[in-house]
Design a protein around this ligand. Sequence first.
Ligand SMILES: NC(=O)c1ccc[n+]([C@@H]2O[C@H](COP(=O)([O-])OP(=O)(O)OC[C@H]3O[C@@H](n4cnc5c(N)ncnc54)[C@H](O)[C@@H]3O)[C@@H](O)[C@H]2O)c1
Length: 267
Amino acid sequence: MSLLAGRTAVVTGGGGGIGRAISERFAAESAHVVIAEIDADCAHETVERITANGGSARAVVADVTDAAAVAALAEVAGDVDVLVNNVGHYLTRGNDFLANGPDAWDELYATNLRHVFHCTRAFVDGMIARGQGSVVNVSSVEGFRAIPNRPVYSAFKAAVTGFTRSLAVDLGNSGVRVNAIAPDLVESLQVPYSKWVAPEDADRIPSWVPVGRFGTADDIAGVALFLASDLSAFVTGTTIHADGGSLAAGGWFRRPDDTWTNRPTLS
Ligand SMILES: NC(=O)c1ccc[n+]([C@@H]2O[C@H](COP(=O)([O-])OP(=O)(O)OC[C@H]3O[C@@H](n4cnc5c(N)ncnc54)[C@H](O)[C@@H]3O)[C@@H](O)[C@H]2O)c1
């Protein structure tokens, strides 16, 4: 039996990066997937990939930072069993706290937190009414440890975790579960490690990531599937750290000789 048979899932930013992998994984488990995506080409291409594999999906081209677009998304999505609030970005400008102000904070808020509220509000009433549902929020390792030069992004990702915990407790006896995933080091459109890491540095990757490799979007999709499905029926209010061990390592790095250091040097 497929893990999501008969269920409808909305995946925000479901056309690219981690969101695409989640959409494809859910569809492979027989979910009908509604891809809420700002980039029409990405959205339609993901739908084509899913349907070519026998899955069921539709694209809704929407900017989820726009409340009216979220309301329209809710109109067309119908009864939704799973919501993945995946959209988020540290943005390429406006991150230096000392050099930026409210406009930059508002943009980071809209992109990383406010739409989580709007989308959750748009779908959770229906889940409660049907007595079942799973909300999966995509946070970040940076909600749990520092990201230099991006304190406001970090604050909003930490807030995603706080929202997840408290809403999960509020909804605990309604049949609706709320959890989060905190990725790190996952190859995606936003974080193209394969372009960032020079070939001559590739053999250093095992010293940067405890599991010895960068993550793939499929690594995160597997965790999302667990949280979306009944496999996690007794799991709510928690965050799964899908980061190859980087948070656990907490600044410790493996040397080529298999010893460890928290004081990386060039020698
Ligand atoms: N990749 C990583 O290593 C990593 C690490 C930590 C956290 N995350 C989190 O994972 C989530 C997904 O990240 P990713 O790396 O896959 O990003 P990505 O940029 O590769 O993909 C994001 C997708 O969302 C779409 N999108 C962007 N803004 C949108 C909007 N306003 N409305 C609808 N769709 C929109 C984009 O078009 C794209 O398809 C984000 O919340 C990010 O903060 C990723």
